[in-house]
Design a protein around this ligand. Structure first.
Ligand code: ATP
Ligand code: MG
Length: 442
């Protein structure tokens, strides 16, 4: 056989070839290498050497059979180096998910964007990709950051990875797995908020923030400030005007007005405006009939922004958007290498449920990518991302590609997708099993 694979081996061969190489094949699996066998005989599944150890349960052995094929030649592909060959083979084996295989074995240096719907095997492929990075890329778990949208998802991902590593270790006893299991705790699987918090702790001192610096969004306070500033505004108005409040804010209700102001204010932050810029911003002239509303927005937003700034100073806090800005300053001041000395290395940044990221979060990902020269792997649902927040007509995917392109960083946003839906498949299968009489076999 060819040179020894480090992570996986695709073997396209007939029964007799597989039998003749059985010891080599088992020795690969015993070293933790995943074997994908493509053959034309069901008998392969009954091979004693395969059955007596739990290779299949440990997901180290995957057998695909198509009995209609004549196999005249043997093909081997180690570690995904020849994707085209595997693609050709996969055409005769519909059970094999070539889309997942390509993502898992993508070049180590590529930034990857995966578009995939619910139940298409996203989590599965992310775990496989991480194992590939461990085994083929020799990546240390501490160099991986994975952002999930909930803490629950972070815990799940961690548990699944751990389970996968343990079952492989149980079977193979390969000491590398012990190393990864031991170091799994150092892999940062976190929500963006808790990750940013720890990053701030690591780098904050460089920008003069003390150890007690905090990352806060002040969401509750922001609404309260808006309400209070609106009260003040209306009180002044009532002293000087004729008419009533309703005519100014009509047709909105008070709580709707608070929402409108809140959204408008957030837009400034999402667009990367600094506090100073907001305070000095020119709100322009309103169309006739909307002058009052324009004035109200300008007055209230500037007031609340000033309170926000003061609150952050008082509490030694930053927002996520401030953190991105601070990271930009650090780079300007100390050069691109600054972060490599300051913080633990981030070689790979994974983002799950990427479609839900807002502009501030996307900017944060790009900032991290730039600061650490990290590789990106983002996965999300394109269908759910179209009108992702408050009327924006671009997707999170497009925004990320745009920001990276501005920095001359390429991301592969075309080639990686998952189409096969495993949940639907299962549901259909269950129906068929539950109603066997409805299936007529010829
Ligand atoms: N190549 C595959 N062959 C067979 N089953 C698979 C394959 N990939 C994934 N599955 C199974 O399909 C189910 C869904 O997979 P997974 O959880 O990875 O999908 P997901 O896209 O992350 O789902 P969700 O949308 O719920 O996050 C799981 O039971 C998983 O074991
Ligand atoms: Mg999932």
């Amino acid at each position: 056989m060819g040179s020894a694979p480090e992570y996986s081996l695709v073997l396209y061969a007939d029964y007799s070839y597989i039998q003749s190489e059985i010891h080599t094949l088992c020795s690969y699996m015993n070293a933790g290498v995943k074997l994908l066998l493509f053959t034309n005989s069901e008998r392969v599944r009954d091979t004693n050497e395969f059955l007596e150890k739990g290779y299949k349960q440990a997901k180290l052995l995957h057998i695909f059979v198509n009995e209609e094929l004549d196999i005249h030649k043997t093909i081997q592909v180690a570690d995904g180096v020849d994707l085209q060959q595997v693609g050709e083979i996969s055409k005769d084996y519909h059970e094999f998910n070539f889309d997942q295989y390509r993502i898992e074995h993508a070049p180590l240096e590529e930034n990857i964007m995966v578009k995939a719907g619910a139940g298409t095997g996203k989590t599965t492929v992310m775990i496989d990709r991480i194992l590939f990075l461990f085994m083929k890329g020799r990546l240390d778990p501490s160099e991986i950051v994975m952002i999930t949208f909930t803490r629950e998802a972070a815990r799940n991902m961690y548990k699944k990875l751990r389970k996968e590593l343990f079952s492989r270790f149980d079977l193979t006893g390969a000491k590398e797995y012990i190393h990864w299991i031991e170091k799994l705790n150092s892999m940062r699987i976190q929500t963006i908020h808790s990750f940013a918090k720890s990053l701030l702790k690591e780098i904050g001192s460089l920008r003069g923030y003390g150890l007690n610096v905090r990352l806060r969004s002040f969401t509750m306070e922001k609404r309260r400030w808006i309400e209070e500033e609106l009260d003040t505004y209306f009180q002044k108005e009532l002293e000087s005007v004729h008419g009533n409040i309703e005519t100014i804010i009509s047709p909105l209700k008070m709580y709707e007005l608070i929402d409108v102001i809140y959204d408008f204010w957030e837009k400034f932050e999402q667009k990367g405006f600094t506090s100073n810029e907001i305070l000095k911003a020119n709100f322009g002239t309103a169309a006739s009939g909307h002058e009052k509303m324009n004035e109200l927005l300008e007055t209230v937003i500037k007031k609340v922004e000033a309170r926000f700034t003061q609150a952050k100073v008082n509490e030694n806090s930053l927002s996520l958007s401030d953190l991105s800005r601070e990271m930009d300053h650090i780079q300007e001041q100390y050069g691109k290498e600054a972060f490599k000395k300051l913080s633990s290395k981030i070689s790979y940044l994974f983002v799950d449920e990427f479609q839900d990221s807002d502009d501030i979060q996307i900017r944060q990902f790009v900032t991290i990518q730039e600061a650490f020269s990290s590789k990106l792997f983002v996965v999300g649902d394109i269908k759910q991302s179209i009108y992702r927040f408050r009327g924006a007509n671009h997707t999170a995917f497009e925004e990320l590609t745009k920001l990276l392109n501005h920095r001359d960083v390429k991301i592969n946003d075309q080639d990686y997708y998952l189409q096969k839906n495993y949940r639907t498949g299962k549901t259909l299968l269950n129906h068929a099993v539950l109603a066997p009489n409805s299936l007529k076999l010829e």
